[in-house]
Design a protein around this ligand. Structure first.
Ligand code: SAH
Length: 240
């Protein structure tokens, strides 16, 4: 795994000091790839002051209008949350996240996604991830400052990376599909399920959420996505 392949994504952050503090935390741990989704504050003097010299990370930040575009080219996405959600999503602790990340080959791009200061990530955003990371805390006071949460996860990755054995060689035929490809397949599947009347768009229930979890949990490869999409296209032809 290459540390530069890890993107730290902050969604709709409202305080510029938190973005600066996040840049500092990342630089301490040799991570440099910062992405912002629709930031709710200017990235100016306050952010740079809190970055304490990690200016290049702020200078090179990328910005996207929504989470789907920020993670589109990433093969593996972790969402972070202080609390459990209504639909149980695969969940790991920071050490398990770091073990998984350092075992990836150098081709794999990973996103670690952090939520809004006041409301965290929406369920819809969490459900775009492969797994959720929770930092174990005092159950009665579980919410860390966002830059502190970023510090903890970056530290875990850096520490594991230092002791990681050689990264496995990529198998170009069977690499994990990027987030945008898996999302494209799931959207295609939903369309076919509606067309075949398996899914009632008026009363969809939790079916799509459960299917999304099934596919994201299993890290589909590019080849597998191609087969699944081919099956959907064949079904669509018969419907026509
Ligand atoms: N009140 C919000 C907390 C937001 S804290 C909520 O209930 O969701 C801002 C962000 O910091 C969170 O979205 C998450 O990305 C990160 N964070 C805070 N505490 C965390 C924890 N214990 N484990 C993992 N991430 C955490």
């Amino acid at each position: 795994m290459k540390l530069e392949n890890i993107r730290i994504i902050m969604v709709e952050t409202t305080h510029p000091g938190n973005i600066g503090a996040a840049a500092r935390a990342m630089n301490n741990m040799c991570l440099s790839n910062l992405g912002l989704v629709n930031p709710q504050c200017p990235i100016g003097e306050i952010a740079y002051a809190r970055a304490s010299g990690a200016n290049s990370i702020l200078d090179q930040r990328q910005t996207w209008p929504d989470l789907a575009s920020a993670i589109g080219d990433c093969e593996y996405v972790f969402a972070t949350s202080a609390r459990l959600r209504t639909l149980a999503w695969p969940q790991v602790d920071p050490a398990e996240m770091a073990d998984k990340v350092v075992a990836f080959n150098d081709q794999i791009r990973v996103a670690l996604v952090f939520g809004r200061e006041h409301s965290g990530l929406t369920n819809e955003e969490i459900q775009q991830s492969n797994a959720m990371v929770c930092i174990p805390t005092n159950p009665d006071f579980s919410s860390l400052n966002i830059a502190s949460a970023i510090q903890v996860l970056c530290y875990e990755v850096y520490r594991r990376h230092q002791f990681a054995p050689e990264t496995p060689k990529p198998d170009s035929q069977d690499t994990i599909a990027a987030s945008v490809e898996t999302a494209g397949y799931i959207a295609h599947l939903e369309k076919v399920l509606v067309e075949t009347e398996f899914l009632d768009p008026e009363q969809p229930g939790l079916i799509m959420q459960r299917l999304r979890r099934l596919y994201l949990r299993n890290e589909l490869t590019r080849n597998e996505i191609n087969i699944l999409r081919g099956m959907l296209t064949a079904i669509e032809k018969r419907i026509d």
